[in-house]
Write a protein that binds this ligand. Sequence first.
Ligand SMILES: [Zn+2]
Length: 295
Amino acid sequence: MKRLLVLVAAALLILPAGQAFAAAYKDTSTPAILHKAYKDAQKGKGDFKVLIVAGHDDQFSGTSFAGLREADLNLELAEKIKDLLGDNKNLEVRMARTEEGYDPDLLEYFTDRREQTEDFIARYKDRMERHLESGNLESASGVPHGTAASEAALRLYGINKWSNDEEFDLVLHVHFNDTARYDLNYPAPYTGFTIYTPENQFGNARGSWAVGEALRDRLMDVTYPSTLPGESAGLVEDQELIAIGAYNTLEAASVLVEYSYIYERRIQDPLLRESTLNAMAEATQLGLEDFFKDK
Ligand SMILES: [Zn+2]
């Protein structure tokens, strides 16, 4: 039964982006908006602002396998992506966190400006509830995810608020996947990548989907879509992941990339990990460059 539900959910998820119901939300990110921002940057009128978020942190470190913490792995790959994107002078690239911890400006959203962040969350949740009640918006549940602990959730919403305030154009969340199973000491049979993008009724959906497609095409050169049912398209819409804008809380284009499952040999074997991460970082850079070049 559960399997059937997953399959039904998967079928719903392959609906084309941007063709949903009565629009509850205004577009905040579309391919046209992103291309204009990039063109402006090329002309020296501001920067195209990219925020790279190495998923999780020291306190909430995500999943782990055989002593390898996801938060550390995410950061290792995020740093590689940042270095490669740094070659493009039209981009202003910022990291939400580094080895030193969170960016001090962002940290304020979890500390001194915490109350504002909580108001922000409440306001957007309330707005979405009203849209659901009025029928302007349809609820969509997809692949089940682990729910973020409330403090971790607040940080994710804080990142969204910071991104809106700072007017980032693109937010890239770097993660490695895992799946529930009986014994976490043993790998599950699923492998491969998945790119999560905002569900198509959200204001940042269209821009995010286009970026996601470009990333998927390049990731296909170095790896393959997840073998987990529901993730096999490589690109999956999601209404509930905070990182990509649950409750329409994020204006920027955003994708959350699960680059592979954490227990895969190419990640676990230290001899393979370096080249695997390099290939993943390069595919990410090339995917974004493809997107920027696209007319
Ligand atoms: Zn993660």
